[in-house]
Design a protein around this ligand. Sequence first.
Ligand SMILES: NC(=O)c1ccc[n+]([C@@H]2O[C@H](COP(=O)([O-])OP(=O)(O)OC[C@H]3O[C@@H](n4cnc5c(N)ncnc54)[C@H](OP(=O)(O)O)[C@@H]3O)[C@@H](O)[C@H]2O)c1
Length: 346
Amino acid sequence: MPNPLRWGILGTGNIARKFAEALAKSETGSLVAVGSRKQETADKFADEFGAPRRHGSYEAFVAEGAVDAVYNSLPNHLHLEWTTKCAEAGKHVLCEKPLTVNHAEAMRMVDAAKASDVFLMEAFMYRCHPQTAKLVELIRDGAVGEVRVIQAHFGYSLAGSANPYGNIRLQNAVGGGAIMDVGCYTVSACRLVAGAALGQSCSAEPEGVSGAAHIGEIGRVDEWATAVLKFPNGILANVTCGALCAVGTVLRVWGSQGSLEVPNPWFPGRAAEVETILLNRDGKETEAVSVPSQQGLLYTLEADAVASHLAERQAPWPCMTWEDSLGNMKALDRWRESSGLAFDCE
Ligand SMILES: NC(=O)c1ccc[n+]([C@@H]2O[C@H](COP(=O)([O-])OP(=O)(O)OC[C@H]3O[C@@H](n4cnc5c(N)ncnc54)[C@H](OP(=O)(O)O)[C@@H]3O)[C@@H](O)[C@H]2O)c1
């Protein structure tokens, strides 16, 4: 590309580091600026990842003229404010998941992107990987017949870490909790599979969401949670997540003529050279459907998807479109509401 996209990273935490590493492998973009609450942190991050411009306040970062696209890696409660400010400054935004803390905020963010005529995408990186496109293809082609039940898990335990409640994932004030951190993936995947099963070229919206959660006393967020989603055509989905309960990572689909399992749905290509979807057509031996894993390029593919679709302002489904993000936030609201979880900032 003659003019690689000039990226700025807002925030210098865990995932910001991963994205900076990913940009170093991208041919469509490069890191030019970083913004942090402190100049010292900005300088350290910029030195490590070779960013020529560094800012010790988010306001100064937003005013930076050399940035075309921003990666917003701030905690959930800051997504709306800073994505909107970047959009209003004419910058395209890849915003971390979940897009905002609730559906009402998500509508405001999408409206801001539309009003400023900039690109916006929620950073569900697995949606930009070829394994997810293959999954959609298999479901659409009727590989398991008519889809009946979907199951998605994403959970880990922070219990062994030095200060679990110091982590944003276990803090109410920043819009934390397992549902927001990883339950959002499980809901997005079930909506994706249901949409493909219904022959749509977008994710499906559940007719009903009924959840339950264990809400911890210290962080006042869900530490583990589960929900049932009911989609049209009798499709049912069961989702489970945890931040203090390692329920693992898997996506399974059962249909009228077979079933499939995606053992590594959320981080394809992180370790293996080839990703595999396990397909069981009724009465036949398990078939391993292989997908090139693009090893180590998960977040690079996401950055490249932004660069490729800037002009349309959204990347095409199964990447996260605006409509998909709004539908996901609505389902998460319903999961939280039925589980009795609200945030101080709402
Ligand atoms: N897509 C993925 O694979 C993935 C993976 C992990 C996380 N995420 C998402 O990315 C976001 C950040 O997660 P993370 O794991 O990177 O978090 P983190 O390590 O805690 O980093 C968050 C950064 O945000 C800034 N910040 C501003 N206000 C803060 C506050 N009150 N508390 C803590 N940090 C604050 C800090 O940067 P400065 O000090 O530089 O201002 C901090 O380093 C979340 O929305 C999360 O859901 C996505």
